[in-house]
Design a protein around this ligand. Structure first.
Ligand SMILES: Cc1cc2nc3c(=O)[nH]c(=O)nc-3n(C[C@H](O)[C@H](O)[C@H](O)COP(=O)(O)OP(=O)(O)OC[C@H]3O[C@@H](n4cnc5c(N)ncnc54)[C@H](O)[C@@H]3O)c2cc1C
Ligand code: FES
Length: 551
């Protein structure tokens, strides 16, 4: 991919396995917004990932007018870097979900995610999108080996309890003491675990590109890419149904969109705090390894570790499948990144001895809500601004679900799932206060980075590397040295709430350890809650940013 456009196509220096079958150039393209839109816009959706596309799809199908604004290219966010499971065997487990939301809440979670899993298959069929969508079984196993003692026994017990809980909620789940996975032929023996039928997987970008292609043909859909939204404000007054409120959206290029309502489908909302304070931010890693075609069972496999590892398959070529192995999550901007790929590879080779070359290595970001369920619906304190955020590793089904929940709420149609996902909910969040306070204290300690310097001298930076230079009596600088030795400097102070950034070597980006905003090596904002790019502190930095914006 020719430099410097990469940060417009995807949120990192690496490419995910999905580009193997669908290069960036095959994703539908749209023009940037070059004028004000003040003509009767019904709904303005900000963000062109799975959530934005699904909200658009459901609204357009119901005859509503949609304008979509995307800061970079379509699918440049986490939806292009996902790993593609769709299911209701949710990451956090229903035993935990029920502790925060009661059994009734857990049942809604199970039912609504099953709907979302099936909705993708339905839409793919309806629109004739070839996207490898298929139903398959999921296995949840221990991270420890059989006979290894308390760790293994404890996790088997947990999985038995989870299987019983899931069965009670109507999911087709059982516990199998002797569960094995066809193709797992290496030494570690992690037999036994939970079997969940009727889960699904797909090729996410082929699916989403297919839906976007359909949307592009609809007269009530308009999309503008490379159009960064800088502010979203409710204007007007509405009291007891009298008066009229609308939303004014302003873009970086100075254009205004006036709409009856706006939906922030930006992965993390573009606000200073509110629900942002109810999320934890993690980096997560994936590799795609060749294995002989058919040599590994087509299933979803997860171990029970806290930063768990998981396995699934996608098409490669006539000879091989790709085994997609992921996990190794950690807090954004707080740990080494590159060694995670080696850890995933070693784990894979120990268990699947037929593993061949690793063709893709990539990472992305997930946002874990403190009470496990995404925030979908009207934003706190707003009547006409909606948000979708908090994917918890199940962001694909959460995104699909957002389409129905938000379309129903806009139409005033009752939806029995809505209260579980309501961003204004309090009960389950209050139950989580102790861990929220702990998390807040931990992220606040990240302001210690004002006193830390990762590099002592720009001379020491190798080409293709970056770092934060924070010398006494000067402000912290994010410095990147290009392969040809050109140095670019930007402010290392995050435009969101002034955290000091860290260098992410795996993705060649500057990441904020406070609330997870990220910036490309050219200082372009690639993940919020920040909206602004990093302030250039050298002519080369300013030139680079200007040239990307001009493309
Ligand atoms: C490695 C990895 C594996 C994962 N695996 C799974 C999985 O198997 N199953 C699952 O369910 N989930 C998974 N997830 C989570 C899931 O991929 C995400 O939750 C989901 O794709 C998020 O979709 P989204 O539409 O909310 O956000 P995104 O796809 O990130 O889209 C948001 C868009 O908003 C745009 N935007 C941001 N700010 C602005 C602005 N100011 N103006 C205009 N546009 C803006 C961004 O550029 C971006 O394109 C995984 C995530 C990762 C990283
Ligand atoms: S993301 Fe909030 S301070 Fe950086």
């Amino acid at each position: 991919m020719p430099y410097p456009e990469k940060c417009m196509h995807t949120s990192g220096a690496t490419d995910s396995v999905w580009v193997h079958k669908l290069p960036y150039t095959s994703i539908p393209q749209f023009p940037p917004l070059d004028r004000d839109l003040t003509d009767d816009v019904d709904t303005c959706i900000i963000g062109c990932g799975i959530a934005g596309i699904h909200v658009a799809y459901e609204l357009v199908r119901r005859g509503r007018g949609v304008v979509m604004l995307e800061a970079r290219d379509a699918l440049a966010g986490e939806s292009g870097r996902t790993s593609g499971h769709l299911g209701n065997d949710l990451d956090d487990g229903y035993v935990q979900i029920a502790k925060k939301h009661g059994e009734a809440g857990a049942r809604v979670a199970a039912e609504s995610h099953a709907w979302a899993r099936d909705r993708v298959g339905e839409i793919a069929r309806e629109l004739g999108v070839e996207c490898e969508y298929r139903k398959l079984v999921a296995y949840d196993i221990s991270q420890y080996g059989v006979g290894s003692g308390e760790g293994y026994e404890g996790e088997m017990e947990e999985l038995r309890g989870e299987a019983e809980m899931q069965r009670g909620l109507g999911i087709e789940t059982r516990f199998d003491e002797n569960l094995t996975v066809r193709g797992w032929n290496g030494k570690p023996d992690q037999r036994g675990g939970m079997v969940v039928e009727n889960q699904a997987t797909f090729h996410p970008t082929r699916y989403l590109a297919g839906v976007l292609t359909w949307l592009k043909r609809q007269p009530n859909f308009r999309c503008y890419t490379r159009t960064r939204v800088m502010s979203i404000k409710e204007t007007g007054v509405e009291l007891l149904g009298v008066g009229h409120k609308s939303v004014t959206i302003e873009t970086e290029a100075g254009h205004t969109v006036k709409a009856a309502r706006a939906v922030e489908a930006t992965c993390v909302p573009l606000q200073k705090l509110s629900v942002v304070a109810e999320l934890e931010f993690h980096r997560t890693y994936c590799i795609a390894v060749r294995v002989p075609r058919g040599s590994v069972e087509d299933c979803l496999l997860y171990d029970n570790a806290d930063a768990y590892k998981y396995v699934r398959l996608t098409e490669c070529d006539d000879k091989d499948d790709y085994l997609v192995v992921g996990g190794c999550d950690h807090k954004v901007g707080q740990e080494e990144t590159t060694p995670r790929f080696a850890e995933l590879e070693q784990w894979t080779r120990e268990r699947f001895t037929q593993a061949g070359t690793v063709d893709y290595r990539w990472s992305g970001q997930i946002f874990d809500p403190v009470d496990y369920m995404a925030f979908i619906g009207k934003n706190q304190g707003n009547d006409n601004i909606y948000i979708v955020t908090g994917d918890s590793g199940d962001g694909l089904t959460h995104g699909v679900l957002a389409g129905r929940l938000i379309a129903d709420e806009i139409e005033g149609k009752e939806n029995k799932w809505a209260s579980l996902y309501n961003p204004k909910r309090l009960g389950s969040v209050v139950k989580t206060l102790p861990s929220m306070i702990k998390h807040d204290l931990q992220i606040n300690t990240q302001y210690k980075r004002f006193l830390q310097s990762d590099i002592k001298d720009i001379e020491d930076l190798a080409p293709g590397c970056g770092g934060v230079l924070n010398l006494a009596a000067s402000k912290p600088l994010a410095v990147y040295k290009d392969d040809d030795g050109t140095v670019r400097k930007f402010s290392a102070v995050c435009p969101h709430l002034h955290g000091v950034l860290s260098w992410n070597d795996a993705e060649k980006s500057f990441d904020c350890p406070v609330h997870g905003s990220r910036f490309s090596k050219d200082g372009i904002c690639i993940i919020g809650p920040a909206k602004r790019n990093l302030h250039p502190e050298s002519k080369t930095g300013a030139r680079e940013q200007a040239s990307i914006k001009a493309m």
